[in-house]
Design a protein around this ligand. Structure first.
Ligand SMILES: Cc1ncc(COP(=O)(O)O)c(C=O)c1O
Length: 476
């Protein structure tokens, strides 16, 4: 038995020295070593782990340096007001939903949202109406909002108070947010955007537009996913005065009262880096990514998805893609989850995989050496020895609802084996992680499609929350 299990495993992981294509954006500290300010931070990181002391400021009532830094953040992104978050985009999603909506409100939500949005829906006792995604038949992934379904849904639900959208999704794919905002505003609905993966957007024309500039009422961004900031750090932007009333209360309620100055300094630094160096540095990594995209596309069996692919399949949709991210599709149905494990053995750390695709998050701190390691590992990949994946699981399926999510909490529940759960009402959300999108929500009925996805995840060692030892909690 290990003496200090977590520390020992962490040190072991660090020593593997993997090529970093997962979060956080600083890529093992490299992101702090390219500037004088970043080096000063890096060299003092442990001594910087203090919370409010004399001479510093209070995150819950900023009047000095935190206020100044949040004003710099707001003016950089062009918001009415911006906040630092130390409890991740998760706390931002909870705060925006609590401040924008009241108990019992109907809201329209993209089904392909992160579970923090669904948790907020349960806790705020909202009535969600879901919008489907378009699914790529060629690459077998949820690619963007289904605009016809979206327009139909908002027309049928004019009494909805607002709309919650993810921009971009985990694959770096962006719906036509400008059009969504226009439709929302025309119906006087509040539009909230989870832009956890889009903090770097808008810094260059080579990247999609930023959600704040596209006019969303509130936007949450993880600083740690794509910028040189620490894990757990995020930004919260408000664009609309009507949402300012209760926002201070909710942000404060969902955050620690002892925020570490390491997090605050990292948030401040990431904004500075993006402002001073972001355009140049992101353009450099995109040029490098483009070069390796061509090389990888020259290999048999691997294909990095690009904008042209989206245009060919969904020409009528105005969708965009983050060129600083790789989504590698594994051709001929070979199992992408097995390729991800193979790459890890070769010292390449990807972000996540589904059955057919692997996602890699690049940032300005990825080097040519990292990309070359990925390319060489793919070149040598004994793909033909891996299993093929023919499962036709429906990733865009929305089961029928019987109760609204929060109603389930007052009901009696019991555990049943998953195969005997068909026809019963789920008492929990079942969420494969990543990407953290629920296949069933509390209050929805388990059907054969849901069963298929759960069985698929279990068979493929995909971590799945809500299933305990093959059992699901249902409403009695
Ligand atoms: C789309 C999306 N939103 C929100 C979150 C939560 O972000 P955080 O981990 O910063 O709390 C994630 C995490 O992966 C995410 O992918």
């Amino acid at each position: 038995m290990a003496k200090v299990p977590i520390l020992e495993a962490l040190l072991n992981y660090i020593n593997q020295n993997n090529a970093p294509f997962s979060m956080p954006g600083h890529k093992g500290g490299r992101g702090f070593l390219t500037t004088e300010e970043g080096r000063a931070f890096y060299n003092n990181i442990i001594s910087g782990d203090i919370t409010e002391v004399e001479g510093l400021d209070n995150l819950h009532k900023p009047e000095g340096i935190i206020k100044e830094a949040e004003e710099l953040l707001s003016s950089f992104y062009g918001s009415k007001k911006s906040y630092f978050l130390v409890n991740g985009s998760t706390s931002g999603n909870l705060s925006m939903i609590f401040s924008a909506f009241n108990e019992g409100d109907k809201i329209i939500v993209e089904r392909n949202c992160h579970r923090s949005i669904f948790n907020a829906i349960i806790m705020r006792k909202l009535r969600p109406i879901y919008i489907k995604n378009i699914v790529s038949k060629k690459y077998n992934a949820p690619f963007s909002l289904n605009m016809e379904h979206f327009i139909g849904t908002i027309n049928e639900n004019c009494d909805a108070k607002g709309i919650v959208i993810t921009y971009p999704n985990y694959y770096g794919i962006c719906c036509d947010l400008g059009a969504v905002v226009k439709e929302a505003k025309a119906r006087n609905m509040t539009i909230l955007v989870d832009s956890a993966h889009g903090a770097h957007f808008g810094i260059s024309d080579m990247l999609p537009q930023n959600a704040v500039q596209l006019g969303a009422d509130m936007v949450v961004m993880s600083a740690h996913k794509t910028l040189p900031s620490l894990t757990q750090t995020a930004y919260f932007h408000v664009n609309n005065d009507k949402n300012l009333k209760n926002i201070n209360f909710y942000i404060s309620a969902f955050m620690s009262t002892s925020p570490s100055y390491i997090f605050l300094a990292a948030l401040d630094y990431a904004r500075y880096f993006l402002e001073a160096h972001g355009k140049n540095e992101f353009e450099k990594v995109i040029v490098l990514a483009d070069k390796y995209r061509e090389l990888i596309n020259g290999l048999e069996n691997f294909h990095v998805i690009c904008k042209q692919d989206l245009i060919e399949e969904f020409g009528e949709y105005n969708i965009d893609i983050d060129r600083s991210r790789f989504v590698i599709n594994i051709c001929e149905n070979y199992n992408a989850n097995e390729v991800l494990i193979y790459l890890k053995d070769k010292g390449v750390q990807a972000e996540m995989s589904d059955q057919h695709n692997i996602v890699f998050i690049l940032s300005p701190f990825n080097t040519e050496e990292d990309l070359n390691k990925l390319y060489e590992a793919l070149k040598e990949c004994p793909l033909k020895s891996f299993s093929k994946e023919y499962s036709e699981v429906d990733i865009n399926h929305i089961p029928e609802d019987s109760l609204i999510p929060c109603e389930v909490f007052d009901r009696e529940r019991e555990y049943v084996t998953i195969d005997s759960a068909v026809g019963k009402i789920s008492a929990v959300s079942v969420v494969p992680y990543p990407p953290g999108v629920p296949i069933i929500m509390p209050g929805e009925k388990v059907d054969n499609e849901v069963l298929n996805v759960i069985q698929y995840c279990m068979a493929n060692r995909i971590s799945i929350m809500g299933i305990e030892d093959g059992m699901l909690q249902i409403v009695k």
